[in-house]
Design a protein around this ligand. Structure first.
Ligand code: ATP
Ligand code: MG
Length: 316
């Protein structure tokens, strides 16, 4: 069953004379239990899409069903069941961390006893216990982000939206966040995460949608997206006097899609690097070639992004 089903979502912003088409007809389907990453540069429309799916913003056109409820009439039912950690966070700076999470719990209808139990569980889970009774304005950026995350999941949402959750986190906190998301996911929560970190999308998501200029350009599994590119590249360092022999040998192999010489290297494009490597080594051995180096390069999501948008995500 789909936990998110969106069709033709459009949103335009007007301020003064400028008109921005933030969303230009988004179709999106997310299966229950999935983790989908929305990957795109600044201004692509990621936050706008999240605000519509969480019923905080009305689309100009299109429809969406979230947890089986239409966004236009089911907002109360939807909000009870989802969690949303916005890009800027929603903690009250003058209150303590514990008060913030507690308030969220009570707003979501947990009883006083339930809330107390759940809040202390989360404060421990996000390693906030030792600072929980300090006011939030004294927190570091990473501590604040972890508090935002605790607030977003206090009511055990079946669907959690995270807008750029890792921005401002150090590598260690990022790893902890990923662990937390994975553990929530194991518990049955579906997750939508926006990011411009390619490694984050690659590590966490079972689906990735590349979004640019208000449109979803392509959606697939990270591996599937990478497969749409040329394939994996294996570079073989071979003695110059054996290069031609090696070239002839590998040209005749079914697993080799493309072959070229680069300096003293043979560059092979293969379907799947991990199955090609043992075959290559076997052939090298059988024909008595002297192999000096071997490297395997796999396309990254950045290559995928470049392929579909014509520019690098880092430049965008
Ligand atoms: N309330 C608003 N009024 C006017 N323009 C807006 C408003 N909200 C968003 N926009 C514009 O809509 C476009 C999409 O913005 P959005 O925040 O959805 O992008 P994003 O993909 O989340 O970007 P980022 O990676 O920087 O967070 C941008 O051009 C933005 O300036
Ligand atoms: Mg955004």
């Amino acid at each position: 069953m789909a936990i998110i089903e969106a069709h033709g979502l459009k949103k335009q912003f007007k301020s003064g004379k400028t008109v921005v088409d933030a969303l230009c007809g988004i179709n999106l389907s997310v299966a229950e239990g999935g983790i989908i990453g929305l990957l795109g540069p600044n201004g692509a429309g990621k936050t706008t899409l999240l605000r519509i799916l969480t019923t905080l913003l009305q689309p100009d056109a299109g429809t969406a069903q979230i947890v089986g409820q239409p966004i236009d009439t089911g907002s109360a039912a939807i909000r009870r069941r989802i969690g949303y950690v916005s890009q800027q966070g929603g903690a009250e700076a003058a209150a303590t961390g514990r008060e913030n999470v507690l308030l969220q719990a009570r707003l979501h209808g947990l009883s006083a006893a339930e809330a107390k139990q759940r809040v202390s569980e989360l404060l421990v889970g996000f390693e906030l216990e030792s600072i929980a009774d300090r006011v939030v304005q004294t927190y570091s950026g990473g501590q604040r982000r972890r508090l935002d995350l605790a607030m977003g999941m206090v009511h055990r949402p079946v669907l959690l939206f995270l807008d750029e959750p890792a921005v401002g986190l150090d590598p260690q906190s990022r790893a902890r966040l990923w662990d937390e998301v994975r553990s929530l996911h194991r518990g049955g929560t579906s997750v939508v995460i926006t990011t411009h970190y390619l490694d984050e999308a690659d590590a966490l998501c079972d689906r990735v949608a590349i979004i640019d200029h208000g449109q979803i350009i392509v959606e697939d599994s990270p591996a599937g997206l990478k497969r749409t590119l040329a394939g994996d590249v294996v570079r073989l360092g071979i003695r110059v006097d054996e290069l031609e022999q090696a070239r002839t040998l590998f040209t005749n192999q079914a697993f080799v899609r493309d072959i070229s010489c680069e300096d003293e290297h043979l560059r092979l494009v293969v379907e799947q690097g991990e199955t090609a490597l043992p075959q290559i080594l076997q052939l090298v051995n059988d024909h008595g070639l002297s192999l000096q180096t071997i490297t395997l390069d796999r396309p990254s999501l950045d290559d995928v992004f470049l392929h579909y948008t014509g520019r690098s995500l880092r430049d965008a």
